[in-house]
Design a protein around this ligand. Sequence first.
Ligand SMILES: [Zn+2]
Length: 311
Amino acid sequence: MPKSAIVTMSTSSISLALAALASLGGGAAPAMAQGDPDDLDTQMRTEWTQTCADWDEWDKPGPPFRVFANTWYVGTCGIAAILVADGHGGFVLIDSGTDAGAQVVLDNLQALAIDPHDIGMVLESHEHWDHVGGMARIAEATGHGVVTSREAWRVFATGQPDPRDPQFSTLEQMRPVEVVNTVTDGTVVGVGNLRLTAIATPGHTPGALTWQWQSCDDNRCLTVVYADSLSPVQSDPYRYSDHPEYVDTFRDSLARLAELDCDVLLTPHPSASQMRDRLLAGDLSQGMNCAEYAEIQDARLSQRLALEAGQ
Ligand SMILES: [Zn+2]
């Protein structure tokens, strides 16, 4: 176990992580990695719910845990980063968190005994610094730049916010990162046998992406959706009502999300989809789904437009 992981993790976490490694097929199973994988998954989830609160701090470290089968949460308490395994030692990482949060992500990979160089592809949800501000740090560790939406690539390549963004006036710059490829709606990407489908969901940002993939254990296959934030947040002087075409696009994204095949919903802000509550309930495939999430964000957009109409 790397030294820093020993410093930051409890003894139980270390044994859990080693067991996780064995279940990921990421190398030879250490002698201490014994036990029922389901029990270990439960313990790791419990550790997360005990460490992290709802709407917790963006850079607060939280332990990694398995979402389902090939899918892991490796983000901070407040900002998601998702790791998907191809089952043969290769991985896809979605989102980095902030620059400081990316170090938590790397620590979580280390806790799972995953070499960052085994990450073969890095994806993103939307071009805001709280979710992708750490991409340069991730690129240094993995050797890979990021795959972005065609609409968002310039933000990553330059580190400068998009003037079309509803939050443009308050967005922070990011360290530029190499864009290795761009995707559009329906593009399928992956490593090994793993495939993830990009779904363009502009709204919260012009370049926002949702990702969808299959996650199978011995008994069942679930469709996992990492839905983008899709929250109508803006900074002065932006008014959604000044951009009717963008509002139409936003509504289309919400309608699209609502209709997706979606057994397990994950979101860049975990609390936006009540992840902690669902963990505590014991099953992330229960509780809020894509349709409910879309409905909530659609209502928020309507409220925002009504507010603007009343000003
Ligand atoms: Zn955002």
